[in-house]
Design a binder for this molecule. Structure first.
Ligand SMILES: [Zn+2]
Ligand SMILES: [Zn+2]
Length: 418
């Protein structure tokens, strides 16, 4: 099971232009050097150090730094016919090699070893959960004239296991040097995943919880996951139930001491890839809109004409204080919107940091005062980095953010989930 092979879809092209560095065997022959392939086949390395190079892979799709570059991969190359025509280049790669690449590009080389080990376990669990989900989604989104409750989960792939872009996890093969610290963390946790009740966990994570973590069903479908529930990240437990409006409002307006309440540059740069361009104001943040700005923004982002926006009223909050149903009151119409991501999309040009916010008015301006960055479900990356810096082991970090889970070998779980 340690050699579980993943099939990663890299891209689709009318023909696949590849350079084999070292011998590859496919369609009954040995190939080396530049090739132009256009038929369904599997090409396997015929030497230990052989790898292949794909031309012009687009990286950072839809980001301002989108560009094309050649990328190199270990393992086998498979060509799969794409339904829209052309060929999908699929890299068959051992799980542990895939993880080394993914975590090296996501985490800084200076990250603490225990943080890297925690990440190795959750990335491994996440990847395998995509192939073997144990809690299939049950509820369907709910849309009427007065309510629009919607969420977004990753749609699975049909022709391969995972894609190489941010939709799944960014994977660039062996194009960049892997980080030796990451290799050590992967090796130290080899084959280990998170399990709850002997079932593989859906190990979600995000940047900063804001003081308390959220339950799964506040962000996605209504199936509770017992290990994805509220955990206090504050130094002293949060008093009260943050689903209660008054309690949530008090909590968000304060900035209690918490694992993720830090401005330590060394810690933040471990988790935030482009930290130097980011703001450190995510534990508690603030956004101000004039009424005209907010009305235009919501109209553009929702595609709904509310007229002049007159009020934003939180109707339902999750266990971390994140709003999961918000009433938007306009001069032309009112609507209840949810869940957390839809609210964040409508109230910002990109995404609001989180839906844990309170709304204040200053004359006709709207001021959103908020807490945390991301959906808040599962591991808080900044909190985990702080825990590691303070000497916590990766088991302790995982136990904190995924209560009631155990670390266990993948090989003991997968037969039961098949
Ligand atoms: Zn994908
Ligand atoms: Zn946190």
């Amino acid at each position: 099971m340690n050699d579980f092979i993943l099939r990663i879809g890299i891209y689709t092209r009318p023909e696949i232009r590849v350079r084999f560095h070292g011998p590859y065997r496919g369609q009954g022959q040995l190939l080396e050097g530049a090739q132009c392939l256009k038929s369904a086949a599997l090409y396997e390395p015929a030497a230990d150090d052989a790898y292949f190079e794909l031309e012009q892979v687009t990286i950072g799709v839809n980001f301002h730094w989108q560009r094309n570059e050649n990328q190199c991969f270990k393992g086998a190359l498979e060509l799969v016919a794409a339904p829209e025509g052309g060929w999908i280049a699929v890299n068959r790669v051992p799980l542990e090699v895939y993880l080394t690449s993914v975590i090296s590009s996501e985490m800084s080389a200076e990250s603490d070893m225990e943080l890297l080990k925690a990440h190795a376990v959750i990335s491994r669990s996440w990847a395998m959960y995509q192939l073997f989900p144990t809690y299939p989604p049950q509820a369907v989104p709910d849309a009427t004239d007065s309510r629009l409750i919607r969420w977004y989960d990753r749609e699975g792939h049909q022709l391969f296991d995972l894609c190489a872009d941010d939709h799944c996890q960014r994977y660039q093969g062996i194009t960049r040097q892997t980080n030796p610290q990451v290799e050590e963390a992967i090796e130290a946790t080899r084959g280990m995943v998170l399990a709850y009740d002997n079932r593989l966990c859906d190990a979600r994570f995000y940047k900063c919880c804001g003081g308390a973590t959220e339950a799964y069903e506040s962000a996605w479908d209504d199936t509770p996951h017992p290990y994805l529930r509220r955990v206090d990240d504050t130094r002293t437990p949060v008093a009260g139930d943050l689903r209660d409006e008054a309690t949530a409002s008090r909590f968000i307006r304060q900035a209690p001491e918490a694992c993720c309440n830090t401005r330590d540059h060394r810690i933040l740069s471990q988790v935030l890839n482009h930290y130097d361009q980011e703001t450190a104001d995510f534990y508690r943040w603030q956004v101000r809109y004039t009424q005209a700005q907010l009305s235009a923004l919501v109209a553009r982002r929702s595609g709904i004409d509310f007229g002049e926006i007159q009020d934003l009223i939180p109707l339902k909050r999750g266990v971390s204080g994140r709003i999961i149903e918000l009433r938007i009151v306009g001069s032309r119409r009112s609507l209840v919107v949810g869940k957390e991501l839809e609210i964040r999309k409508w109230l910002s040009e990109s995404h609001l940091y989180s839906s844990a916010f309170v709304v204040d008015r200053d004359a006709t301006d709207f001021i959103l005062r908020g807490a945390g960055w991301g959906h808040g479900v599962g591991l808080c990356q900044i909190g985990a980095a702080v825990m590691a810096a303070e000497g916590a082991g990766y088991r302790q970090i995982l136990q904190h953010y995924y209560p009631g889970t155990q670390l266990c070998p993948l090989s003991t779980l997968i037969p039961d989930t098949l």
